[in-house]
Ligand binder design. Structure first.
Ligand code: PXG
Length: 290
């Protein structure tokens, strides 16, 4: 594997960061997770834009332009001969000293890893997932705003551990007001009476790129989509529920906190969206090979 670090390619063994990098010392940095389908990078521009928005929010100057970062991402895939896979793009504050002060970090580090992807087992997609609400709440947006894809994912990791300890793969995270925010690495949607709902970004949801694709697809087929505050009650009484994310794509949810959702099997709206999402990934994206 060839890994991009600050403009050069290194083998897996030689790709290294300093122990004084504030990405490691403080989680001071940002990242993106991007998919490659059929030799194309899916929604690359949207991911690079979101990376720059995260950077802006943490006052980090990415030492590259959008266009050059897109080129470097595509080139890293090419170097690894990838047609299907997953890209982890991260920007750390860079090497500094043992103090918090980011001004000591003169050069942010840019790392691009393009690898194959470990998919969820197919039974989750066929039968649907059981998820659970966990005690760890989503970060306040006046603290580290959850819209920032920062290198500190401890909030989500704690929630994931709590879900795993209860035998579930994913956790529903509520915000401090008790409204549904999202899951640990996925956005959440419900379908009720022919309408689709997903929590607003202000509830603590990430501006998910898959979320946006799914909203657009639903509206294309004239299904109303709104973003109201949702409670657990709304989830329990939904006709259908599913999660969206770059890694997971669309995963049906059939049980939440012990309540069976709808008829207990992936519903028709979810199944239709899954088919259309896969069709879209086949034809859309930034080509890696000419
Ligand atoms: N919410 C959170 C908190 C996320 O981290 C999503 C929603 C979905 O967004 P996209 O843009 O991917 O549709 C994410 C992103 C993993 C992994 O290894 C997944 C994400 C982030 C980090 C790691 O499964 N999903």
């Amino acid at each position: 594997m060839k890994i991009y670090v600050d403009g050069n390619y290194y083998s897996e063994q030689d790709a290294k960061v300093s122990v004084f990098d504030h990405g490691l010392l403080y989680g001071d940095g940002i990242f993106e997770g991007i998919r490659i389908y059929h030799g194309r990078v899916f929604r690359l521009k949207e991911h690079i834009d979101r990376l720059f928005y995260s950077a802006k929010a943490i006052l980090l100057d990415i030492p590259m332009t959008h266009a050059d970062l897109m080129k470097a991402t595509v080139e890293t895939c090419r170097q690894n001969n990838l047609r299907e896979g997953y890209i982890r793009l991260l920007v750390t504050r860079g090497k500094g000293t043992l103090g918090l002060n980011p001004n000591r970090c003169k050069n942010p580090s840019i790392i691009i890893i393009a690898d194959t992807i470990q998919l969820y087992p197919p039974e989750y997609y066929d039968k649907g997932l059981e998820i659970i609400t966990v005690p760890t709440t989503r970060n306040l947006h006046n603290a580290v705003n959850p819209a920032i894809k920062s290198l500190n994912y401890l909030n989500n990791i704690l929630a994931k551990i709590e879900a795993n300890n209860s035998g579930c793969e994913e956790a529903v995270m509520l915000n401090s007001e008790g409204y549904v925010a999202e899951c640990t690495g996925d956005n959440i949607f419900i379908v009720k009476d022919g309408q689709m709902f997903t929590p607003p970004l202000s509830a603590g949801a990430l501006y998910g790129i898959t979320r946006k694709v799914v909203i657009d697809m639903a509206r294309e087929s004239n299904m109303p989509v709104t973003e109201p505050n949702l409670t657990r009650y709304d989830l329990f009484n939904a006709d259908e529920c599913f999660l969206t994310g770059t890694g997971a794509e669309l995963v049906p949810v059939v049980k939440i906190d012990g309540r069976v959702i709808g008829s207990g099997v992936p519903g028709p709206v979810t199944r239709d969206l899954v088919v259309r999402y896969h069709a879209l990934t086949k034809v859309s994206g930034e080509p890696i090979y000419d």
